[in-house]
Design a protein around this ligand. Structure first.
Ligand code: GTP
Length: 364
């Protein structure tokens, strides 16, 4: 297990810009002469979505659009399925350096992980030839291992930053995938794909009525209402919706958490927000997080928060994906402002009461 952020507090480094600004991201950061942090890492978008939801259609559209960015695509095809012919046809017709790499025979979570690492390493050597990496996962995959590869695996995190996770949803069939009963302890991939999304494309809306689309939207938001959702046909969305997610931009997290907390807390088993006043003891938070991640790693898909830490002049903003979390200082607290901590959890069968009590016990 790797814990970044609070767990690295002992090693926090101070950036040049403002002495108070403390950096604690997964990787080394560089500052320019003004002291602004420069992130030269390669942005990566992970595209997930159940079988047939429109991932390949989206990729094709993306590769043809004139968005000025050179994209390297990594495809994870499952088992014996042939490499998508349209994509290959496009590859042959394309001028320049678009790279398409295939991960065959297996899903990224097991056999292919090694191959993915090798590919990512190869791409680093060809860094000047593209601006963005897009990974299309097999429709059967839970995106967790890929996300973890970018967050927890240091040699990868050094060169790549996960821009975000985009999930394609088939408006006509998603219900049956979400409803599918799994054995005890087995993850429903369709739910995981929605839960991990920063953005969702609700595709194939031509195949269902307005009432059905609205009902799917409600369903998606009950699983993950932090993700933005757009409706589409033939996955026709602006390239920016896919390539400019910035989902793991910690500066954005604070606003999301605030909105979520204001929307109400503890309503559903999959979606819980907890809020309390006062300052938290950093060591206690650290210990609590560590226990929480050990105890419910499989059930806790994502969590985000803004914390008031005793002795810290700034808000601490963080987000976690399974057993990894990292954070950064946010806006400073104003003189006389009430210190509040807010956390949002997305997972299955989460116990709101226990989570709240856990956070409460971290108060100084
Ligand atoms: N009616 C309709 N069909 C669509 C739409 N988007 C994609 N399709 C079709 O749906 C089928 C599956 O689309 P793909 O893009 O191959 O889906 P995928 O997610 O890559 O599928 P897998 O690789 O099997 O996981 C194709 O025949 C597409 O042409 C849409 O909005 N409406």
């Amino acid at each position: 297990m790797a814990i970044k952020g609070l767990g690295q507090q002992a090693k926090l480094r101070t950036c040049h810009k403002a002495e108070r600004r403390i950096c604690c991201s997964a990787t080394e950061e560089y500052v320019d002469v003004e002291g602004d942090v420069i992130d030269n890492r390669i942005p990566v978008t992970v595209i997930t979505g159940f079988l047939g939801s429109g991932k390949t259609t989206l990729l094709n559209a993306l590769l043809k659009q004139d968005h000025g960015r050179r994209i390297a695509v990594i495809e994870n095809e499952f088992g014996e399925i042939d490499i998508d012919s349209e994509l290959v046809a496009f590859k042959e017709s394309v001028e320049g350096d678009q790279a398409i790499m295939m991960l065959n025979n297996g899903c990224i979570c097991c056999t292919v992980k090694e191959d993915l690492l090798v590919m990512l390493e190869e791409l680093v050597a060809r860094r000047d030839k593209f601006d963005h990496v897009v990974i299309e996962t097999t429709g059967l995959a839970n995106p967790k291992p890929i996300i973890e590869t970018f967050r927890a695996f240091q040699p990868v995190a050094e060169h790549y930053s996960l821009d975000g996770v985009l999930t394609l949803v088939d408006a006509k069939h998603v219900g049956q995938h979400l409803d599918e009963e799994k054995e005890e302890g087995v993850v429903n991939e369709a739910i995981a794909q929605v839960a991990y999304a920063d953005r969702i494309i609700l595709n194939k809306t031509d195949l269902v009525s307005e009432a059905e689309v609205a009902s799917v939207e409600r369903r998606l938001s009950s699983i993950n209402n932090l993700a933005q959702v757009v409706r589409a046909q033939r996955a026709d969305v602006k390239a920016e919706y896919v390539l400019g997610i910035g989902g793991f931009d910690l500066d954005r997290v604070a606003d999301e958490v605030l909105e979520e907390a204001e929307a109400g807390s503890g309503h559903s088993h999959s979606h819980i927000s907890v809020e309390l006043e006062g300052d938290l003891d950093l060591d206690l938070v650290n210990d609590w997080m560590e226990d929480l991640l050990i105890d419910c790693s499989e059930d806790l898909y994502r969590f985000k928060g803004v914390l008031a830490i005793d002795g810290w002049p700034d808000r601490f903003i963080f987000q976690g994906v399974h057993a990894v979390f990292e954070g950064t200082p946010g806006k400073p607290w104003k003189e006389g402002e009430t210190h509040k901590s807010r956390m949002v959890f997305i997972g299955r069968e989460l116990n709101a009461k226990l989570l709240k009590e856990g956070l409460q016990q971290c108060l100084v």
